[in-house]
Write a protein that binds this ligand. Structure first.
Ligand code: AMP
Ligand code: ZN
Length: 141
């Protein structure tokens, strides 16, 4: 038996509130929803984090994402929707089987509070361009 809790959900050895599955992915209600309709979408294969995906595996997972988002939108009529994925403990990952959170948003007091420090950034436009140049060179290789 698998030691991974999400693998056990896929195997059916621990229960889940499944909403969708296909050959490659499985979607179910988060057990501690931060808002109404909080869903997790996971690959059936045990993939720990974003770094471990092949392009094909990533495409298969994200192919299901609009379907999940649209059913939540149609059913719960949220005002918005956050998609979130945590990689590594410092980023907030607590289950080490990749999962994409769908968090329907209703208003600022709905229980979910992402914070972006966009009003004051310590990165100048020049520094941003420098960082982009490094990444661009790596990606074009
Ligand atoms: P993260 O902190 O991004 O790794 O998110 C892990 C998520 O998995 C949390 O939102 C948990 O509430 C959720 N979770 C943990 N165990 C279960 C479970 N057995 N069934 C459904 N969701 C779970
Ligand atoms: Zn797993």
């Amino acid at each position: 038996m698998s030691t991974c809790i999400f693998c056990q959900i896929i195997e059916g050895t621990i229960p889940s509130a499944k909403i969708y599955e296909d050959e490659h992915v499985y979607a179910f209600m988060d057990i501690m929803p931060v808002t109404k309709g909080h869903v997790l979408l996971i690959p059936k294969k045990h993939i720990e984090n974003i770094y471990d995906f092949s392009e094909e595996q990533a495409a298969r997972l994200f192919a299901a994402a609009p379907k999940i988002a649209n059913v939540l939108k149609a059913e719960f009529n949220p005002a918005g929707m956050n998609l979130l994925n945590n990689n590594g403990a410092p980023a907030g990952q607590s289950v080490f089987h990749f999962h994409l959170h769908f968090v329907p948003r209703y208003d600022e007091t709905d229980g979910f509070q992402p914070t972006w420090e966009t009003k004051q950034s310590k990165y100048t436009p020049e520094r941003i361009q420098e960082l982009a140049a490094v990444l661009r060179a790596k990606l074009q290789n």
